[in-house]
Design a protein around this ligand. Sequence first.
Ligand code: NDP
Length: 334
Amino acid sequence: MTTTPLTLDEIYALVYAALRNAGSNDVNASAVSRTIRNAERDGSHSHGLFRVAGYVKSLKSGKVDGNADPEIIKVSPSTIRVDAKNAHAPLALERAISALAELAQAQGIAACAIVRSHHFAALWPETEALAENGLVALTGVNYKNWVAPAGGREPIFGTNPLSFAWPRPGKSPLVFDMATSAMALGDIQIAARDGKEVPLGTGLNAEGKPTTDPSQIANGGILLPFGGYKGSAIALMVELMASAMVGEAFSYETALTDNNDGGPPPGGQFLLAISPAILSGNPQWSTHAEQFLAKLENMEGVRLPGARRHQNRLDTGPRDINSELVETVRELAK
Ligand code: NDP
């Protein structure tokens, strides 16, 4: 694979131009460009520049409104609903996070339902931002039904990522962010593009047979949940919380209505934010947690989730991006 170096500013500028060309206004294009630049900065390659073509397709097909003005509706003292109004998720999320953080800091716990949003990114930006406000955060989204439940061969779940973040005053938060499928769909597509195999147990081909060929999974096949029935249960939880709980569609329902333009389908997202300072009643809550985390970090062979990304972030230099991908995005940005 040949690569082309791009600075973080160049990444932002290319994405912004591509989205503006496709009809996004400044605020929507800026929010998506920040999300993609930060994904490349942190090494979240499956949700960086790789996604630009899909974002553009969804604007051009009219599925996503690049001029949408997501609205925050306060439902109760600790609940907000965000109507993304068919925007790409980043602008809705930026607005949701500050409103949600304010409620959770006042009430101890707050929840946010996001509807009519098109999520095509990693989830850590939202949990990490809440944790940077001193809050424990949890979020999940569903997608289109790509994943069979444990024991089954028919897809019913999305790849249903789940992200959790824990605040660490003075340090980067502890964050995990993972698809509940054995592999994220973006990674399957990247493996197919790069001609690489995936581990057995990742998915089945169109005949329902286990395969290590990612293109057989991506084209007519299905994914499996991680960790057998245990991962399947977590995928089930995310499916319920990101759809019926927030008033949005299940992944199989979304698949029936999506225009399959290659961009993100419409859907829901839940966000929970909890104040450990209020809930524990212990002014020393973070010192207590840090003692525990220090034990983990000091165990041989162990690293905290999120540490790889935070290490990548320290490098402010150019990123080596797949050259074909750079050309594709440059064309869109012309
Ligand atoms: P990974 O399997 O790469 O990583 C999952 C988590 O585990 C990360 O938080 C990672 O931290 C952590 N981790 C990885 N290796 C270790 C280790 N050795 N020790 C401790 N922690 C570790 O993620 P996935 O491939 O499952 O998901 C990739 C992305 O895809 C996610 O950001 C997810 O949100 C996104 N996604 C988005 C969807 C959408 O519809 N918008 C759908 C599905 C997935 P670190 O990052 O530091 O490596």
